[in-house]
Design a protein around this ligand. Structure first.
Ligand code: C2E
Ligand code: MG
Ligand code: MG
Ligand code: MG
Length: 284
């Protein structure tokens, strides 16, 4: 058949790989299709109790299996979803996948929690409690196993309303975590006004903790602050055994990072966790 020249050019433009070696960035239409076709999936980064040296759960991190571009990461997915008003739908999909994972773990008899990153737009979305309750019902999970990670900037501008929503979620049993702590502004105001169960210290303070006295002072002060407010304090981005030892000795409750474990596919997580349980559980 006849193919119009401009159509051919557009088609070439879509398929040609630029000099950077990467295909063109996905468009809003690509993401809309991806959501409809269920192309999103989760990778799971194990989260450890540093004192007991035990896995307590994982953080769910979104990935997109885009047919012509391969696996895309959150730094591409999240800004695109936010720009084109698909972030609320994306978050519900991620929560659905997380609940399904929790259901599988429960059925396997594994006592693990799952943390999900939730953006401001989701917190402000309509019918949140109704949709949340039906999600919990659908998968028959305990809200206690779900940890919602909120970033510092999330609640800015609408502290009153965010407070109402977050309090309602916490009342239902969900745990709340303040993510990337130390990177935003008015963060102490949020800690003052909202109740969190967990404080996640940003990677930037953790990665320099051994060489940089200032980073260490900040990481230790945040730990003290968190404990005074009855929160569990989490170190993210632990990349070396020295950082791990220092944070353990300082009394950090929980930790995540490439040194402890990389994010894994659900299948790899299962295998890895099964091996670990065999190692730590003496034969009866
Ligand atoms: P985050 O919530 O702070 O998640 C941790 C990020 O740090 C993950 O990157 C993880 O792979 C990476 N990481 C973990 N350990 C280490 C380490 O030892 N060293 C280094 N250098 N990095 C480490 P990822 O998966 O690319 O996610 C980046 C950010 O994207 C997340 O930061 C989170 O803010 C956002 N994100 C991820 N998944 C979702 C999601 O489902 N929904 C939303 N709204 N945001 C998400
Ligand atoms: Mg997070
Ligand atoms: Mg974080
Ligand atoms: Mg971070």
């Amino acid at each position: 058949g006849f193919l119009h020249k401009s159509k051919l050019v557009a088609e070439l433009d879509r398929w040609l790989i630029p000099a950077t070696g990467k295909p063109h960035a996905p468009t809003a239409e690509d993401l809309a299709r991806g959501l409809a076709q269920r192309e999103l999936f989760l990778v799971l980064q194990p989260k450890f109790d540093l004192g007991l040296n035990r896995v307590v759960g994982a953080e769910a991190l979104v990935r997109w299996q885009e047919p012509s571009r391969g696996v895309l990461s959150p730094d591409v997915i999240i800004p695109l979803a936010e720009r084109h008003e698909m972030i609320v739908e994306l978050t519900w999909q991620v929560l659905g996948l997380a609940c399904r994972q929790l259901q599988r773990w429960r059925r396997a008899g594994w006592d693990l929690s799952l943390s999900v990153n939730v953006p401001a737009a989701w917190i402000k979305s309509a019918d949140l409690f109704e949709d949340f309750d039906s999600l919990i019902d659908q998968y028959d999970i305990a809200p206690r196993d779900l940890i919602l990670e909120v970033t510092e900037s999330t609640t800015l501008g609408c502290l009153g309303y965010a407070r109402h929503i977050l309090a309602g979620l916490r009342q239902r049993g969900c745990r709340l975590s303040l993510d990337d702590f130390g990177t935003g502004y008015s963060s102490l105001m949020q800690l003052h006004r909202l109740t969190f169960d967990e404080l996640k210290v940003d990677r930037s303070f953790i990665s320099r903790i051994e060489q940089d006295k200032r980073a260490e002072a900040i990481a230790l002060s945040i730990l003290d602050l968190g404990h005074r407010l009855d929160m569990a304090v989490v170190a993210e981005g632990i990349e070396t055994p020295e950082q791990h030892a220092l944070l353990r000795a300082a009394g950090y409750d929980l930790g995540q990072g490439f040194w402890l474990a990389r994010p894994l596919s659900a299948k790899d997580f299962s295998h890895w966790y099964q091996q670990l349980v065999k190692l730590i559980t003496p034969a009866l």
